[in-house]
Design a protein around this ligand. Structure first.
Ligand code: ARG
Length: 279
């Protein structure tokens, strides 16, 4: 069932591709900033139309990737007022952490500053009783240990092996939170969707064991940013070109809501990257 969410976003006023820190980014391929702004506004309108709360962080000139709010922190529903902050891998993005930390502090959170590289919900994905934690390109194993110590939630490290899927949230998303935490509608694990080939063989096996009922996406759906989706438990805000995944979600009774963020794909980001969930 849908549960109202609170999302933190950052307007793409200064969004551009000025450097290349993932294979999607090409400094010579121009971003249509007016189109990006329209696409982003449509995403926000869609969240509001579905009853979700949207907060925003003021954008900062010179930080073109700041629109990707999901990289800023992690909060958990049963850990009130605690935020695990970010330490970005790329020097170009490092100043974003302080901007977001300021927002979280003003919102009443104690912000922990990690010592190891950690890119927030880009690599840290709460899935029921576990915290799934990506590594391989950005967030480090040391950060996984830090976040487990901070929240006391069993943290499952997953190794990403394909540079196109450099953040966990480009290769996996939670379709349905585990019943029993916030939703209370049953027992069992969260329902997730992922692209198996984005993971090392051992990590793939871990996912298979923990989530035997997961939706498995094709490479085409993953390249369409279909796994960079946001779900409220019923509506799945998803890239319209991830057609195979949209069909699978529909078959399972979810309601895919297409939102096109193709201008942001040029920076290696999609719907989820632009959306930090505040728990
Ligand atoms: N250009 C940004 C980077 O490479 C994109 C971040 C996308 N965010 C995400 N949560 N996957 O850091």
């Amino acid at each position: 069932m849908a549960r109202p969410r609170r999302y933190l976003v950052c307007e793409p006023r200064h969004f551009a591709v000025h450097y290349a820190i993932n294979p999607w980014m090409d400094k010579d391929a121009p971003v249509d900033t007016a189109r990006a702004a329209r696409q982003w506004q449509a995403l926000i309108r869609t969240y509001l139309d579905h009853g979700h709360q949207v907060d925003s962080v003021p954008p900062v000139a010179g930080l073109p990737d700041m629109v990707f709010a999901a990289n800023s922190a992690l909060t958990l529903a049963d850990r009130p007022r605690k935020a695990f902050g970010a330490l970005f891998h790329a020097p170009q993005r490092r100043p974003e952490a302080g901007e977001y930390a300021t927002w979280f502090k003003a919102a009443g959170y104690d912000v922990y500053q990690p010592e190891a590289v950690c890119e927030g919900e880009g690599d840290l994905v709460p899935a029921g009783r576990y915290l799934l934690a990506g590594t391989g390109f950005r967030t480090t194993r040391e950060a996984h240990a830090e976040v487990q110590e901070f929240f006391g939630v069993p943290t499952i490290g997953l190794r990403l092996v394909d540079p196109y899927f450099y953040h966990l949230d480009t290769a996996l998303f939670v379709v349905d939170d585990a019943p029993g935490d916030d939703t209370g509608n049953g027992t069992g694990e969260a329902t997730i969707a992922y692209y198996p080939e984005a993971f090392s063989s051992g990590s793939r096996e871990v996912l298979r064991r923990l989530f035997p009922d997961a939706l498995l996406a094709t490479r085409d759906d993953a390249l369409a940013f279909g796994l960079n989706s946001v779900s409220d438990g019923r509506h799945v805000f998803i890239s319209p070109t991830a057609t195979g995944l949209i069909a699978q979600l529909t078959a399972r009774g979810y309601l895919p809501v297409p939102v096109d963020l193709s201008e942001f794909h040029k920076a290696g980001g999609g719907i989820k990257c632009c959306t930090q969930e505040i728990r």
